[in-house]
Design a protein around this ligand. Structure first.
Ligand code: ATP
Length: 317
């Protein structure tokens, strides 16, 4: 049985509009403690707005947000001491030396660890006497990461942290840090455009699109639940075959693929041969959906043809 304490973050029916733009629409989301939770979505999907509610910089006007057992806007200083936060913005004070920044962090975070900070400096190849303005963007991103984790936060929030890092640093450092934090039973909320990063490190993935939470799913179950089915037709087609329960059609001419959801009753069995919009289609192969394919299928806007089948009750997201 689960209890409220099993979740680091609980969001209920959260909506937010900015001057007529609906940034979040009735979002309900639970982040299990100890998980590495990936938040994915296109530009403008609402990821940062959601995260700003979690760190308490935006107050929930419609719905509620609970983080580590408290409303993040009530006594925010107590909560922020338990959270590590890193954003894509390069907002560190550039006149400081790394040692100035760590001294400042020590006063803010009761659990700050000088030895862990030194360890991270060594790992990242940083000198504590270096001025932030002398570092590259990637160097400053490493310092921001250090400042976010050296107090060993209960909840680490990384909002598009990779934008300042080169590919090697992205691959090695992020994975090492996220795994370390999660292995200690801490929780990571990780927002990224980079699906391969999400796929490598997250054990839970939530997809937000146009302010709506489309899906929140344990990463391990995704390839079991979604199958990509490839169909071929003799007559070249400008659209995928219309198969009940399928969505996210992609391809061209004589070969198209669609996604099938094993939990959608309409697509419970795989169609091996079908007559659709005047052509016969044969299933040529099927494979577990990748995170990338699932994401693209979910966020792809339906074509005019798909929209008309959607109106007939066939799901194309
Ligand atoms: N302070 C604001 N004032 C007006 N509109 C805003 C504000 N903050 C966000 N928005 C709008 O809300 C929507 C969601 O933005 P948000 O920054 O949360 O998306 P995002 O998924 O984080 O995007 P990105 O990946 O590009 O950072 C967008 O349409 C954005 O323009």
């Amino acid at each position: 049985m689960t209890s409220a304490d099993d979740f680091a973050v609980r969001i209920e029916s959260l909506s937010r509009a900015f001057r007529g733009t609906q940034a979040l629409i009735d979002v309900s989301l639970q982040i299990p403690r100890g998980s590495v939770f990936g938040l994915v979505g296109l530009n403008g999907a609402g990821k940062t707005t959601l995260i700003q509610h979690v760190i308490g910089s935006l107050k929930a006007l419609h719905g509620s947000v609970n983080v580590l057992g408290q409303d993040p806007t009530v006594h925010p200083e107590k909560l922020l001491a338990r959270i590590g936060y890193m954003t894509e913005e390069d907002s560190l004070p550039k006149w400081m030396r790394i040692s100035d920044l760590t001294s400042f962090c020590r006063t803010v975070y009761p659990t700050w660890s000088d030895s862990y900070a030194r360890e991270l400096c060594d790992m990242f190849g940083l000198s504590t006497t270096a001025k932030l303005k002398s570092l590259s963007k990637g160097g400053r991103a490493r310092v921001a990461l250090l400042a976010a984790i050296a107090h060993r936060p209960e909840l680490l929030i990384l909002d598009e942290p990779s934008s300042g890092l080169d590919p090697i640093a992205r691959a090695d450092i992020l994975e090492a840090i996220i795994r370390t934090v999660a292995d200690e039973g801490r929780t990571v909320l990780f927002s990224s455009h980079l699906l391969e990063e999400i796929d490598r490190v997250c054990d839970h993935i939530a997809l937000i699109h146009d302010g709506v939470l489309l899906e929140s799913i344990p990463a391990a179950t995704l390839p079991e639940r979604y199958t990509e089915c490839f169909y071929r037709t003799e007559t070249p087609s400008s659209r995928p075959p219309e198969i009940p329960g399928s969505f996210g059609g992609t391809g061209d001419a004589s070969e198209w693929s669609v996604l099938m959801d094993s939990e959608n009753e309409a697509s419970a069995s795989t169609t091996t041969s079908i007559e659709s919009h005047g052509s016969r289609w044969e299933l040529v192969r099927q494979e577990p959906a990748t995170v990338h394919r699932w994401f693209a299928g979910r966020v792809r806007r339906p074509s005019a043809a798909a929209a008309s089948t959607q109106a007939e009750g066939i799901q194309h997201v």
